[in-house]
Design a protein around this ligand. Structure first.
Ligand code: AMP
Ligand code: GLY
Length: 433
């Protein structure tokens, strides 16, 4: 066998714990480092106190620790050009980075770029127009041509808060004005206004080396804070994989109408891309439409996707980095995976940190407690973020998996904790139909 790999994973959330858990099982792994990681990733590798946005420190660490591969968890380092920074530095340019260069990362970093890409390559998505502040009147005229509700999106990254959907024309105009006035700084200088798509959402994940691709298990996430999909949007309160309506027929449409044209589009536009593509889709009466691209895995979707991958993910990532993804494949577990996110009370608005945590005394068979916003303070595990844990489990069907996820969630104790009680309920109904 070839030399084993030293791997550096960037990020610190539940997604990174799930990736670290999976990668640590690979026979190809020599040593896993996570920067900065969290107390959970520390079970599977060595956490290093480096900010992923400090490219010089990341590169210095790679040289010092003979890193053979860098896997980028979150979008920000990619959008800021970490991959380009490696390629232009002779000390580290030989080290493969999983995650696109700056140009490819614009699929997430600029909604206008992503919409233009989709239209150029005939990929189904909502009708839209993009406006800057000088075109306020034209933007208002365009809104008049659409039916409510109205969808407005800040062009740039806005920490998941840059999309508003409002029922009336007047609210749409008021939001438009706020966006142009700098609600999200430079990110909302351009605003994408688009047609509202009505249907059920799901997330499809693709690993590509720019030529070949592997479709990973799909997932549904639950974005709203409250039961019954009420209240403000969050980073995600739970996830389920597989998604019952994503049957073979539907996934064939996704592959033919969306995945293939996306990979071919990247090639035709000379956009180099090695890494994950997260396609946010709307199922509109059986037809898939792209809501958004992300250039990384989803969180909390990764916490259900990883448990369903039976084969060696690192082997697929190595093949990806060596342009031989066509030789790789993954084996998927037919069981259902669910995750329930335990959050700090108050999230996604303001919440307190530093609450002492009691973790479950035992973990059900085939369940995994992924850490997200936790840290160690004075030797004790405490809360350190909005989303604190992802309670993931595999089971025969949604009910069995959910039972284990909720057993875990109920056994976690800290002051003011909260989780949704209805994760997967909508899918249970579909599954039982
Ligand atoms: P995005 O950040 O683009 O994923 O948008 C956030 C959320 O807004 C999505 O997950 C959807 O729930 C919703 N959304 C975005 N665009 C549309 C659209 N054109 N029609 C309906 N819902 C949308
Ligand atoms: N779960 C949505 C995201 O990762 O953006």
């Amino acid at each position: 066998m070839d030399k084993k790999l030293n791997v550096l994973l960037l990020g610190s959330g539940g997604r990174e714990h799930a990736l670290a858990w999976k990668i640590s099982q690979s026979p190809l792994l020599e040593k896993l480092f996570i920067a900065p990681g969290n107390p959970g990733t520390g079970y599977h590798g060595q956490n290093v106190a480096i900010n992923p946005l400090n490219f010089d420190e990341v590169k210095g660490f790679c040289v010092q620790s003979a890193i053979d591969m860098v896997i980028v968890g979150p979008e920000e380092p990619l959008v800021q050009g970490i991959h380009d920074s490696f390629l232009s530095d002779s000390n580290v340019k030989h080290i493969p980075v999983i995650g696109p260069q700056k140009l490819g990362a614009m699929l997430e970093g600029s909604k206008d770029f992503a919409k233009e890409f989709m239209f150029r390559h005939g990929i189904p998505t909502a009708q839209y127009k993009t406006f800057t502040a000088e075109k306020f009147n034209q933007a208002k005229d365009f809104l008049k041509t659409l039916n409510p509700p109205y969808v407005l999106k800040a062009d740039g990254l806005a920490a998941g808060k840059g999309v508003v959907i409002v029922p009336s024309y007047d609210e749409a105009c008021a939001n438009l004005q706020e966006f142009f006035a700098g609600k999200f700084g430079a990110a909302s200088q351009k605003v994408v206004i688009e047609e509202f798509l009505s249907g059920i959402e799901l997330s499809v994940f693709v690993l590509t080396d720019g030529h070949s691709y592997i479709i990973l298990p799909e997932a549904k996430d639950y974005k709203r804070i409250g039961d019954g999909d009420t209240g403000p949007n969050t980073g995600g309160m739970g996830a389920v994989s597989p998604v019952p309506f994503a049957n073979q027929d539907f996934m064939k449409k996704v592959e033919e109408r969306i995945v293939k044209p996306t990979i071919n589009g990247l090639r035709n536009d000379a956009i180099p891309y090695k890494g994950f593509i997260f396609i946010g889709l709307m199922n509109v009466n059986g037809d898939p439409y792209v809501i958004e691209y992300n250039v990384r895995m989803g969180d909390p979707e990764t916490e259900v996707v990883m448990p369903r991958i039976k084969s060696d993910l690192l082997a697929a990532l190595l093949a990806c980095s060596q342009n031989r993804l066509s030789e790789a494949s993954i084996e998927v577990d037919s069981q259902t995976a669910t995750t329930v996110i335990v959050v700090s009370g108050g999230y996604p608005n303001s919440y307190e940190k530093g609450k002492e945590i009691a973790t479950p005394a035992s973990i059900p068979y085939n369940a995994i407690l992924f850490h997200a916003g936790t840290s160690i303070s004075n030797g004790k595990l405490v809360t350190a973020g909005g989303r604190v844990f992802a309670c993931s489990a595999l089971g025969n069907g949604i009910d069995q998996a959910l039972e284990k996820s909720y057993t875990l969630a109920k056994a976690i104790k800290f002051d003011k904790l909260y989780y949704r009680n209805d994760i997967g309920n909508d899918l249970k109904k579909l599954q039982n139909q």
